[in-house]
Design a protein around this ligand. Structure first.
Ligand code: ZN
Length: 160
């Protein structure tokens, strides 16, 4: 298990447009494992490449139903609306209310470069939106309604 350093808000890497991954090298597989380890160690539910300084289209998510590694994720459909508290591992101890679609359908490549489709609601839909945004330099506070507020690590949803 290898933990990576989580980049914090203000780090310019979080504003970069990430490059697609066309070939899954051993290095990419190790990166995915390290990102999951890093996310779990920080009690998060999602982590994106730029958050560990990698400007590539990779995200990991686990909302409690098992790990998902998504390469090159694209949200192809969304509907509905949900507004809830959202945080980020790059901005620990903080959260803000963010409105997201209540349903999303996303396409991505897995670590075997198999093209997949996922349909998600609720927290998983929120996590997919949040992490996909990271790949395009978008941070949840860009979308927040109102102020960013202090939170605590043991809150129900964790941080992304
Ligand atoms: Zn985040």
């Amino acid at each position: 298990m290898a933990l990576r350093n989580i980049r914090q808000f203000g780090d310019p890497v979080l504003r970069k447009e990430c490059k697609p991954i066309r070939l899954v090298t051993p290095r990419i597989k190790t990166l995915a494992e390290d990102m999951l380890d890093t996310m779990y160690a920080a009690n998060g539910v999602g982590l994106a490449g730029p958050q560990v300084g990698i400007v590539k289209q990779i995200v990991v998510i686990d909302i409690g139903d098992g790990p998902i590694v998504m390469l090159n994720p694209v949200i192809v459909e969304s509907s509905g609306e949900q507004t809830d508290s959202e945080g980020c591992l790059s901005y620990p101890g903080k959260a803000a209310d963010v409105t997201r679609p209540s349903f999303v359908k996303a396409e991505y490549d897995d670590l075997d470069m198999v093209h997949k489709t996922i349909e998600a609601e609720g927290l998983l839909a929120r996590a997919i939106c949040h992490e996909t945004d990271h790949l395009h330099g978008i941070i949840y506070t860009d979308l927040a309604k109102g102020e960013v507020y202090d939170t605590h690590y043991d809150e129900e949803e964790g941080e992304e």
